[in-house]
Design a protein around this ligand. Sequence first.
Ligand SMILES: CCCCCCC/C=C/C(=O)SCCNC(=O)CCNC(=O)[C@H](O)C(C)(C)COP(=O)(O)OP(=O)(O)OC[C@H]1O[C@@H](n2cnc3c(N)ncnc32)[C@H](O)[C@@H]1OP(=O)(O)O
Length: 292
Amino acid sequence: MALLAGRTVLLRAGVRLGAEAATRGGNGARRFASHRVLVEPDAAAGIATIKLKNPPVNSLSLEFLTELIICLEKLENDKTFRGIILTSDCPGIFSAGLDLREMCGKNPAHYAEYWRAVQEIWLKLYLSNMVLVAAINGASPAGGCLMALTCDYRVLADNPRYRIGLNETLLGIIAPFWFKDNLVNTIGHRAADRALQLGLLFPPTEALQVGMVDQVVPEDQIHSTALSVMSQWLAIPDHARQLTKSMMRKATADHLIKQREADIQNFVSFISKDSIQKSLQVYLEKLKQKKH
Ligand SMILES: CCCCCCC/C=C/C(=O)SCCNC(=O)CCNC(=O)[C@H](O)C(C)(C)COP(=O)(O)OP(=O)(O)OC[C@H]1O[C@@H](n2cnc3c(N)ncnc32)[C@H](O)[C@@H]1OP(=O)(O)O
């Protein structure tokens, strides 16, 4: 995948991205943004804040994922940055997870391309050399929760509507083994077993209790808390922290890397089943009707 600053680029995945905007931030650092991924750099501190902006609910469409992957690649390759704060620009929603429209009524080639992008974002985030702090400022079901779980530290805003968890079973689908592995590594086997089977979405107090998040803070303190956590983590020498992170995560990532193609085939055949398509359509319809 290539990124040509200031131009429209055609990606291998066949997704056309709009021109990248580049301006100067308040501290003189270069601020860059794609359509849906806003990056606020603080070069002096070595921190970039990524704000997800795919309204209304930051659902992870193929285009959005592709923009995010490119953004992470850029930051990973830029020695200026040692840490990322991942947060949302959509009020009340961190991310609604995978975009259900990408998994409904499409063809197998599309499902395969989509799933490869989902795998890619997970691997990029999970194996990032940088310190990743999730500032979870909204609801965070399924794929939204997964993104947060890849981070080194999670701060959740204290609002009972901001529930977080892997709720796949409620949709009649199954969290893949690498979602499960990431959850087990975070909250332990017994809690993950229960949370996954029941599709639990935890409100802040319970999310903290079970270990899904590390800290719950008043909403107006979420960014300052993320910054202060980041400065603690950045105080550790990079090489020691990075090698330790890799030691802790490599086996889990390798589990997927070794069977990426099989995992894609498994997803495509599962999602293409009539019964699964029906469940997803019914779920989407319910979401739409909720308002009326
Ligand atoms: C072997 C492999 C098996 C397959 C594994 C697949 C793993 C899947 C992982 C996933 O991430 S699946 C997605 C799961 N996500 C959810 O269940 C969340 C669903 N959404 C919500 O609960 C709510 O929308 C919300 C996030 C709590 C926000 O609520 P709010 O009241 O603020 O907004 P809504 O009115 O509900 O939604 C606005 C608008 O957005 C549409 N929408 C919501 N979520 C999604 C989504 N995930 N994908 C696509 N579209 C979504 C919703 O339908 C509304 O649309 P309109 O009615 O405005 O057209």
